[in-house]
Design a binder for this molecule. Structure first.
Ligand code: ZN
Length: 190
């Protein structure tokens, strides 16, 4: 089932998410629905807060980047209760977008490498290091669970330039290609 995505300006997108337990209700279905929603809206990652659940869960599939970034191929993962312990390496720019912020794309600087602890969809613990495009997408989704959006990471000049677009999104005066819930609709899932 495809889930509607909360638009920029929705207060819960700014909340820090909480850990979940293995017995979280219908977790498998939620993960399936998140992948379905992500693929349908042509995203490479989706975090639970984007669909109205402030829990520490996100999914990624970086395969669409494989042509330009070979290590993106087949990298499909579920991250639960993730903690980034260390960020290292040189910061690099990559043109990011976000399903909560349709039609806005900007270069974002992020660290090359992260060390992350997380549980997978079977609640098996992993402690891993990722670099490049994998690290990039994980950092973007991880930010969602911390209440941070990619536009927060832009320079004040860039923020000023996109301000109008962000206001339009939060007021719902856009036509997204997928189902969204705007702040004024107050019809949140949780
Ligand atoms: Zn996003």
């Amino acid at each position: 089932m495809k889930l509607p995505i909360l638009a920029y300006g929705t207060p819960s997108l700014r909340k820090k998410s909480v850990n979940i337990e293995p017995d979280y209700p219908d977790l498998k279905k939620l993960i399936d629905d998140m992948f379905e929603t992500m693929y349908a809206s042509v995203g490479v990652g989706l975090a639970a807060p984007q669909v109205g659940l402030n829990i520490r869960l996100f999914v990624v599939d970086t395969s669409p980047f494989a042509e330009d970034y070979p290590d993106g191929k087949g990298f499909k993962r579920v991250f639960i209760n993730a903690v980034i312990n260390e960020s290292s390496g040189k910061e690099w720019a990559f043109n990011e977008g976000c399903l909560c912020v349709p039609e806005v794309r900007e270069d974002v600087m992020r660290c090359e490498t992260i060390q992350i602890d997380y549980y997978d969809e079977n609640f098996v613990f992993h402690s891993e290091t990722f670099s490049g495009i994998r690290s990039r997408v994980i950092q973007h989704e991880y930010d969602h669970t911390e209440g941070i959006l990619f536009v927060d990471r832009l320079s004040s000049l860039k923020k000023m330039i996109i301000k109008r677009k962000l206001t339009d999104i939060s007021k719902g005066v856009i036509k997204p290609k997928y189902k969204m819930i705007f702040p004024s609709q107050k019809k949140h899932i949780n």
